[in-house]
Write a protein that binds this ligand. Sequence first.
Ligand SMILES: Nc1nc(=O)c2c([nH]1)NC[C@@H]1CN(c3ccc(C(=O)N[C@@H](CCC(=O)O)C(=O)O)cc3)C=[N+]21
Ligand SMILES: [Mg+2]
Length: 285
Amino acid sequence: MSTTKIDGKQIAGLVTEKVKERVENLKSKGVVPGLAVVLVGNNPASQTYVNNKAKTCERLGMYSVQIELDENISEVELLKQVEALNVDDKIHGILVQLPLPPQINEDRVIATISPLKDVDGFHPENVGKMMIGQQSFLPCTPFGVMKLLEYSDVEIAGKHAVIIGRSNIVGKPMGQLLLQKDATVTYCHSRTKDLHSFTKQADILVVATGRTKMIDASYIKEGAVVIDVGINRDENNKLCGDVDFESAQKVASKITPVPGGVGPMTIAMLMENTCLAAENTLTNK
Ligand SMILES: Nc1nc(=O)c2c([nH]1)NC[C@@H]1CN(c3ccc(C(=O)N[C@@H](CCC(=O)O)C(=O)O)cc3)C=[N+]21
Ligand SMILES: [Mg+2]
């Protein structure tokens, strides 16, 4: 079986090229799309993502601010910061980097972000709208996976999509978006019995387990499309996914690498969502 490596970096480049044109159009109408990224504490891994987001904003001509807050900040203080961004006209998108420290209730923070600026698509109003197929901000990672499949000419209708993972951020919305494109969807998770029996039926396998190189060729049907959402460090501190790439590429027809797969798409979709949020201010939604 010859395998195609899906180049997420290249596809993210194509997506952001289109966003750049929309940014230029907005600027000609006097609107500069603005993104605020709120970072609590100084996790160095988080710092890398935040920097990547800021760099991409700059490349696309968007405005971005980074708000770095002390690890020990109270929930009330953080909510005040979010409320200030909600009413800041220069800011169209707000991303509060997760996870948050234990003294802070994440659900309350997410619910405080204005749904009109919720470019992560995590606010219950946007999640609800997505579920019933209404226009909303789609969560960036599953949205990015849908774009990867589209640009890679992967057929979805009638295919069996198996998702390993059921988080609110990746697994659950991933299944929903695939269902909307007429896939037959199966969710697997840590309590699934006989995982192989499900994954072996997958035409499209999306892996979001958070467990380094857990999925090897033995889980994969010949010719399946494999999407690796994991971001881990291996024993040599090298970035790697939830899929054992060397093994899996022997049976998969198309497969995403880590790095250079889903990660760059997540950032590209964040830019697209921020651009959409800015466009919405012109069409008084
Ligand atoms: N509210 C919120 N929204 C998020 O979207 C969010 C979050 N919190 N918390 C953390 C995770 C993680 N995340 C990544 C985005 C891009 C890459 C990425 O670009 N990765 C590159 C490599 C980056 C590197 O070299 O470290 C790649 O896979 O090729 C990784 C991880 C967004 N997250
Ligand atoms: Mg992610």
